[in-house]
Ligand binder design. Structure first.
Ligand code: ZN
Length: 57
């Protein structure tokens, strides 16, 4: 469960834009950079080095 106050504080480390929470597979997406930031052990990993590129589409 991610509360909305936390969501408001979470920004993309690359572009400082808003991230969208994705329930599956569980992580945050920057639509601008098309990067996926995973959540590990309940903690969002907001590091560009750890981000995965989104599939095309
Ligand atoms: Zn971004």
């Amino acid at each position: 469960m991610i509360d909305s106050a936390l969501l408001d504080m979470i920004v993309c480390p690359n572009c400082l834009g808003k991230l969208e929470y994705q329930e599956t597979p569980g992580g945050f997406v920057c639509l601008q950079d098309r990067l996926f930031f995973p959540i590990r052990e309940g903690i969002p990993v907001l590091l560009v080095d750890e981000a995965r590129p989104l599939e095309s589409g």
